[in-house]
Design a protein. Structure first.
Length: 75
């Protein structure tokens, strides 16, 4: 759902991903997802600083590992 702002385009993240089946939602993925949301809400309205980008990247890796772990268990 892109929003045009002058010459640039912003992508808006939906509150709840619609492409992820409900069966893959587990306590591990929920906790990791909530940690990302809390982190980003605390910094709303401004760009992330380099140290914050590193922390965001770390949180994304945790979420990805949790999600992959659950996908492997379901397969």
């Amino acid at each position: 759902m892109p929003l045009s702002v002058g010459a640039s385009t912003l992508m808006v993240m939906r509150p709840t991903p619609t492409h992820q089946p409900a069966l893959l939602t587990t306590p591990a993925t929920d906790q990791a997802n909530e940690a990302i949301r809390v982190f980003l809400r605390a910094r709303a309205g401004r760009a992330l600083r380099p140290s914050e980008r590193a922390e965001y990247s770390r949180l994304l890796k945790i979420y990805t590992r949790a999600l992959r772990g659950e996908v492997e268990k379901a397969a």
